[in-house]
Design a protein around this ligand. Structure first.
Ligand SMILES: Nc1ncnc2c1ncn2[C@@H]1O[C@H](COP(=O)(O)OP(=O)(O)OP(=O)(O)O)[C@@H](O)[C@H]1O
Length: 466
């Protein structure tokens, strides 16, 4: 794209009266923030424009010399069924307008309608087209199971099918102008995803990240909107806000679950109107950044408790990416371990150590409340203490053993019954013995790991073995 006009597709205005075209453009651009506009005053040129430009929406006058709006509508619906058409009619043409609706027009307005209603109607049509094209892109990606830009996701190390499905969704929604909500526990990689969204949206502006947790409402407003000179005591200079710093780019607000209720109202207004007032100014400014927000909080619980606004949630929810915790993508453990071992060895100037085989088994028994950030810290810690060829398990065991409750392997997955096809069932004692043997085997004889696999304490396992 490299183009910050809104929307991503062209909006074509067709009317033989030049002054009306100019005033309609100003209304849509100014209050409407709709800037990807094309004008056409000669109805004979419309079909050529559609051949040459990527048009998504047409505002079509009914009464024009050469070709009437009604006649053009028929041809557009037949040849370009994906293009939406809004009819603009005179007061005395309501009947024709209604028959145009039957013929496939998306909406119609009388030309004397007030500006706000017209702008709302056009925005509604744009949103609808955006959603349709995203749905289409999502379906296409799921069908072909392909990523158009795999390199963008390279920093997010993963083998997981669930994550791959998220990437496909992200590719589909990244170009839209709507906000994106990223949820997931702390340390799952929400910031990495925000970065990928920004890269994919191909915006010329920067990615500006702000952690809004703990900002009181005044600081939140000042940080985002900036202020004019003299806005408050001590405001000696103009301050440009982060929205301006992110102009034409992406504004990433992290930890929005912790926003105060006053700040939630400000964020909602910003998202609804696309404009804001720097503190102390009565001149509105247009936001040209795309907003991405993230939180580790459970927003459903917060809404139930009345601490997060439902209307803000619905405004944010149209594009939602939820990242699963590390304990639900254990297939990633070996890959991530290798990734962080390489990274830590380079950063700490050491030779990359070889991990013992049972390390991944041990890690798979742990719940990782701090997710990938926690694994990263564990690996860095181990590599910094490391001085032999094989990486010692000591520092991992020290961290993991502090957890009282061990997590049985694959606790989150349902098992298929291994005995369903066995004719003679083993006794409980025999089955227990086999299970213990298998756990000892997988943990290459390490009793602490085997005990964690079995979901029992190490002394209990030791007793059984005796
Ligand atoms: N799949 C991954 N591959 C490689 N590194 C990752 C991956 N996921 C996360 N990380 C790393 O883990 C750390 C935490 O990631 P990130 O900051 O994106 O998490 P977060 O979900 O935004 O956390 P928080 O909610 O605490 O802000 C970072 O150092 C990041 O580079």
């Amino acid at each position: 794209m490299g183009d910050n006009r809104y929307p991503a597709f062209g909006v074509l205005l067709v009317d033989d009266e030049q002054p009306w075209l100019r005033s309609l453009s100003l209304t849509l651009e100014g209050p409407g923030g709709i800037t990807n506009l094309l004008q056409c005053a000669d109805s004979r040129e419309v079909m050529t424009i559609l051949e040459q430009q990527e048009i998504g929406l047409i505002l079509l006058d009914l009464t024009m010399p050469h070709r009437s709006g009604e006649e053009l509508l028929g041809q557009i619906v037949a040849e370009y069924p994906h293009i939406r058409v809004i009819i603009l009619s005179g007061m005395n043409q309501l009947e024709t307008a209604v028959s145009c609706m039957r013929a496939g027009a998306f909406d119609y307005f009388v030309k004397t309608v007030d500006e706000d209603r017209l702008v709302d109607g056009v925005r509604r049509a744009i949103k609808m087209i955006e959603l349709e094209s995203e749905n289409h892109a999502i379906r296409r990606r799921f069908f072909y199971d392909q990523l158009d830009n795999p390199e963008v996701f390279a920093p997010i190390v993963t083998n997981s099918a669930a994550m791959r499905a998220r990437f496909q969704y992200i590719e589909a929604v990244a170009p839209s102008t709507q906000p994106i909500l990223i949820t997931g526990e702390s340390g799952v990689g929400k910031e990495l995803v925000a970065q990928a969204i920004h890269t994919l949206s191909a915006k010329e502006g920067s990615l500006v990240s702000i952690n809004v947790a703990g900002l009181d409402d005044n600081v939140f407003a000042d940080t985002l909107f900036g202020h004019v000179r003299g806005a408050f005591t001590g405001a000696e200079n103009i301050r440009k806000g982060m929205i301006e710093a992110a102009a034409g780019g992406t504004l990433f607000l992290d930890e929005i679950g912790d926003l105060s209720s006053a700040s939630q109202v400000k964020l909602l207004r910003l998202l609804q109107n696309g404009e804001y007032y720097p503190l102390g100014s009565d001149q509105p400014k247009q936001m040209t950044a795309r907003v991405v927000v993230a939180t580790h909080a459970d927003l459903d619980a917060k809404m139930a408790a009345g601490t997060f606004r439902r209307d803000l949630y619905y405004r944010l929810y149209s594009h939602h990416v939820h990242l699963p915790p590390l304990r639900e993508r254990k297939d990633d453990l070996a890959l991530l371990l290798d990734h962080f071992l390489t990274e830590a060895a380079v950063k700490l100037g050491k030779k990359k150590p070889t991990p013992p085989k049972e390390l991944v088994v041990l890690l798979s028994t742990y719940s990782f409340p701090g997710n990938i950030r926690e694994l990263e810290a564990m690996v860095y810690d181990a590599v910094s203490q490391h001085n032999q060829k094989i990486l010692s398990m000591k520092s991992f065991l020290a961290r993991i053993d502090t957890q009282v409750e061990p997590l049985p392997l694959d606790q989150t997955h349902s098992f298929s019954n291994p005995f369903s096809s066995v004719e003679n069932l083993p006794t409980l004692q025999q089955a227990g013995k086999l299970l213990v043997e298998e756990a000892m085997n997988r943990s290459t004889g390490n009793q602490s790991i085997a005990a964690r696999l079995l979901g029992i304490s190490q002394p209990a396992l030791s007793k059984r073995l005796k």
